[in-house]
Design a binder for this molecule. Structure first.
Ligand SMILES: Cc1ncc(COP(=O)(O)O)c(C=O)c1O
Length: 377
């Protein structure tokens, strides 16, 4: 099997699974229990938080464990909007965000907030000028992804963060696709979302970084866990497994990234020479691991199913839009025609892919396209 759908989810590292099983089976006490067994689990939970804080170069009291990227994004947006609504009701985001941002923004609009959705250029990148024009005195939150999940475009989050330093608005970055693949300075970021299963960790694990001093309207009320923001008995095994996944992702990152880049460059070079292929991800503005392309006259889902016959797994832009059979909203925002946007496929790499897999993929794609062309002749 050749798995090239790592932006949908990644295969968990076996060490992560072992860690999870060990902690879940041996240290099952409730970390809020007063007895020594409970306190041991509390120690493990807080140790996981400390390790992640060291890796991210932040303070451990700035991290909230969540169930994944969707929850972290919901918490960041609703948490800021409802906590700071007295300072203003204007929010800024982009037209290419994941549904876990877009849908929350729509909900907030119904609740009296005003949202500006920034457009992108033909490469899928927000223009800083547009952001500056959109920023208002009453803006309380700017939320932007670091790496787009459909075409891989990298957003100017660093520049926007710097410009927000002298403004009241908080800056949230959805870093679900960028973590481990693209460098990010945390200095000018107030909130950052991370998902475990995109990093060879486990589903149901994630994090929201919240800069010290930033307050959030609580998400789940109850026993007051996770600083009173997200109540519920902690998933300690999940927290420890997330720390492990991040540690493994960060270990030898430079070498692993070089390998991903070499594979990506090989794919780009081969795809550029293939007749009828249009590549939507521009090398100068994308992350190392995501490529989006259309084959003229072919539907994305037909290509996905033809490749699956050869045990090669890619996706039609994003897992969310492919299930709903929607055209990629990112491609549409980039000005790509409806026909090409519905025909697109996404190849997403991880540290575990090899050059030989990329070669097999190119061979298979050529075969599949030729075969479909013959059938429709
Ligand atoms: C950019 C982006 N944000 C948020 C999410 C949601 O993350 P999760 O699947 O952990 O809920 C995804 C998932 O694909 C994503 O790509």
């Amino acid at each position: 099997m050749i798995y090239l759908d790592n932006s949908a989810t990644t295969k968990p590292y076996s060490a992560v699974l072992e860690t999870y099983t060990k902690v879940a089976s041996r240290y099952f006490a409730n970390p809020s229990s007063l007895h020594a067994f409970g306190q041991k689990v509390r120690e493990l939970h807080e140790e996981a938080r400390k390790q992640i804080a060291q890796l991210l170069k932040v303070r451990s009291d700035e991290l909230i464990f969540t169930s994944g990227g969707t929850e972290s994004n919901n918490l960041a947006l609703k948490g800021i909007a409802y906590r700071y609504k007295n300072r203003g009701k204007h929010l800024i985001t982009t037209q290419i965000e994941h549904p876990s941002i877009k849908e929350v923004m729509r909900e907030l609009e119904k609740d009296g907030f005003t949202v500006t959705y920034l457009p992108v250029d033909e490469n899928g990148v927000v223009r800083v000028h547009d952001f500056e024009q959109a920023l208002r005195k009453d803006t309380i939150l700017v939320s932007m992804m670091h790496v787009n999940n459909e075409v891989g475009s990298v957003q100017p989050v660093q520049e926007i963060g710097h410009r927000l330093r002298a403004h009241q608005a908080f800056f949230h970055v959805d870093n679900i696709q960028g973590m481990g693949m693209c460098e990010l300075e945390m200095n000018s970021i107030d909130l950052l979302s991370i998902s475990g299963h995109k990093l060879h960790g486990l589903r149901g694990t994630g994090l929201l970084y919240k800069k010290k001093g930033v307050e959030l309207h609580p998400e789940i009320l109850g026993g007051g866990q996770e600083g009173g923001i997200r109540s519920g008995t902690e998933n300690t095994a999940g927290a420890v497994a997330l720390a492990k996944a991040l540690r493994l992702t960060f270990a030898e990152k430079t070498n692993k990234l070089k390998q991903v880049l070499a594979i990506r460059d090989y794919l780009l070079q081969e795809l550029e020479q293939m007749k009828g292929i249009r590549i939507h991800s521009q090398k100068a503005s994308i992350a190392p691991h995501i490529l989006c392309l259309s084959a003229s006259g072919h539907r994305g889902e037909v290509l996905v199913h033809a490749l699956e016959q050869k045990e090669i797994f890619v996706s039609t832009t994003s897992a969310c839009s492919s299930k709903a059979k929607l055209a990629s909203s990112t491609l549409k925002a980039m000005g790509v025609s409806d026909e090409e946007a519905t025909g697109a496929i996404r190849i997403s790499l991880s540290y575990e892919n090899t050059l030989s897999e990329a070669e097999q993929f190119i061979g298979a794609l050529q075969e599949v396209i030729e075969k479909i062309n013959e059938v429709v002749k």
